[in-house]
Design a protein around this ligand. Structure first.
Ligand code: ZN
Length: 496
């Protein structure tokens, strides 16, 4: 057996365990009965440990190093796999085992401590754990690469090739051009269309509308399905098995509509990846940012466009005649783009959303540059959100304690959310040069948009980096100007 074949066989075993874990995870987040919890934890712990043992074995490590030292013998695709495997290996093997176990335990304990702290709005009870999590993350990043700023190492974990230098440029552009614009819009926005947004909408009819959307967006039902969950998500085991969830709220119609379309974006990306990558490390979407660019593209650039509501308002009226009787398609368009300064990130609209990300990025960068400490977090948080959006939290539950990410050790993740929207805008303008997007939406031909994305972006899976993909799709490097231009054009029209 050649070394490459040995690598493939090893990976197949890991993929089989991951396959089982993914389906168990899907089940536990959608339909598994409450009492299945204990047995499931036992079984998933066993499967996860098997993967860990394979990936940390001496045999595996020798194999990867051998491949790494002979990369010249292989083609570009396999070289990319070897580099990925080597990077993942270096991330784990340099951490002393006792520290790794201690850290996993810390993260486990911190979940409940954070949940209670959030419930009681008691930052003090979480602060100690948070400090330990931050210290570990800094340490681990330095074990991996002692010459790189630890926060840069973390940023690269979630978005290959991104560093503070690039994110600084991105967020500085937003601060300069977008913050004043957002403040202007907020002055003009009022609580219009509340009776359209927050009326009573039967869950049964909402489900019908979600099913309708699946077909309109040309979702391949033979290779996927939809269920419900508290926090909508998309999971896949291959392009031929892609599952998404949505969330129905009786008094807020846009929850299910836009969760469904957002997750359809993630799902379409996964369904359109070439199956040739299934047994490689190049399967699945390439990065958090690119994945989020696809979900946001479908959700915002398509789903919240005037053309979209001009095309689908009739169906909406048919399902909800009472709630919609005094309204036109244009009202629906405006209602779905309602702008409001909110304290909570996950409730934020398309325009104010990047402000929430900006402040998290500022804080993470200052924390890892040791310019601020965990003691300063609540006040720094409150000052920043007031600076960017003009609102101030009454307590830490609606401020620094609102997100799960930090309690889970995820630093460097947040910026990819804003980056995703910015990628989406740049891709949108590139697409418009080649196809008439508005016309496709109006002709109920979203399939044509899917095809364009498949050819330019989706099919490649992780075989190309985010930077390579942006160049390929838009013919230029990432540039935040498109995002700012897109938001200004759209919201100037809505709010004059
Ligand atoms: Zn998403």
């Amino acid at each position: 057996m050649t070394l490459q074949e040995k690598f493939r066989e090893n990976l197949k075993k890991v993929k089989a365990y991951q396959y089982a874990l993914t389906l168990i995870g899907w089940d536990s987040n959608t339909e598994a009965p409450r009492n299945s919890f204990k047995r499931r934890s036992e079984m998933t712990a066993y499967l996860s440990k098997e993967i860990f043992l394979i990936q940390t074995s001496k045999e595996y490590s020798n194999m990867i190093h051998e491949l790494y030292n002979h990369m010249d013998d292989y083609d570009d695709l396999f070289v990319r796999e070897i580099k990925k495997a080597k990077k993942d290996l270096d991330k784990i093997v340099n951490i002393p085992e006792d520290e790794f176990i201690e850290y996993r335990k810390l993260i486990n304990d911190s979940q409940i401590i954070w949940e209670d702290a959030k419930k009681n709005s008691d930052y003090g009870s979480f602060k100690g754990n948070l400090k330990k999590i931050i210290d570990y993350n800094r340490k681990f990043a330095l074990y991996y690469d002692k010459d790189t700023n630890p926060y840069d190492t973390m940023l690269d974990d979630y978005e290959e090739g991104m560093t503070t230098k690039e994110y600084d440029e991105f967020f500085d552009a937003l601060k300069k051009d977008l913050v004043p614009f957002v403040k202007d819009v907020l002055k003009k926005s009022n609580h219009q269309y509340k009776e359209l947004r927050n009326n009573h909408y039967s869950i049964e009819k909402q489900k019908e509308f979600s099913q309708y959307l699946l077909d309109e967006f040309a979702f391949n039902r033979k290779s996927g399905l939809i269920k419900e969950s508290v926090h909508p998500f998309t999971w896949n085991t291959s392009p031929e098995d892609v599952r998404l969830t949505t969330k129905y709220l009786e008094d807020y119609i846009f929850s299910s509509i836009y969760s469904t379309i957002h997750e359809l974006g993630h799902a379409t990306y996964e369904q359109q990846i070439s199956t040739e990558f299934d047994d490689t490390l190049l399967s699945g979407g390439t990065s958090m940012g690119i994945h989020e660019s696809q979900s946001r593209f479908y959700e915002n650039n398509i789903g919240r466009s005037l053309a979209f509501w001009q095309t689908h308002f009739n169906k909406f009226k048919e399902l909800f005649p009472e709630q919609s009787k005094t309204y036109q398609a244009e009202d629906m368009f405006k209602a779905s783009n309602h702008v409001e300064a909110s304290l909570i990130r996950i409730e934020a609209d398309e325009l104010t959303y990047p402000m929430h990300i900006m402040l998290r990025y500022d804080i993470e960068r200052m924390l890892f540059n040791q310019e601020i400490s965990v003691d300063d977090l609540p006040s720094v948080w409150n000052n920043l959100i007031e600076k960017y959006l003009g609102v101030r939290p009454k307590n830490d539950s609606e401020g620094v304690l609102q997100d799960v990410h930090w309690s889970d050790g995820m630093f460097g993740y947040f910026p990819t959310y804003a980056l995703g929207s910015a990628y989406a805008a740049q891709i949108y303008y590139a697409m418009k040069k080649e196809i008439d997007v508005e016309k496709m939406i109006k002709e109920r031909n979203i399939k044509a948009i899917n095809n364009w994305l498949k050819e330019k972006l989706h099919q490649f899976g992780s075989s190309k980096s985010p930077k390579e993909l942006m160049l390929l799709v838009t013919k230029e490097a990432f540039d935040p100007k498109y995002y700012i231009q897109y938001l200004k054009e759209k919201y100037s029209k809505i709010y004059n």
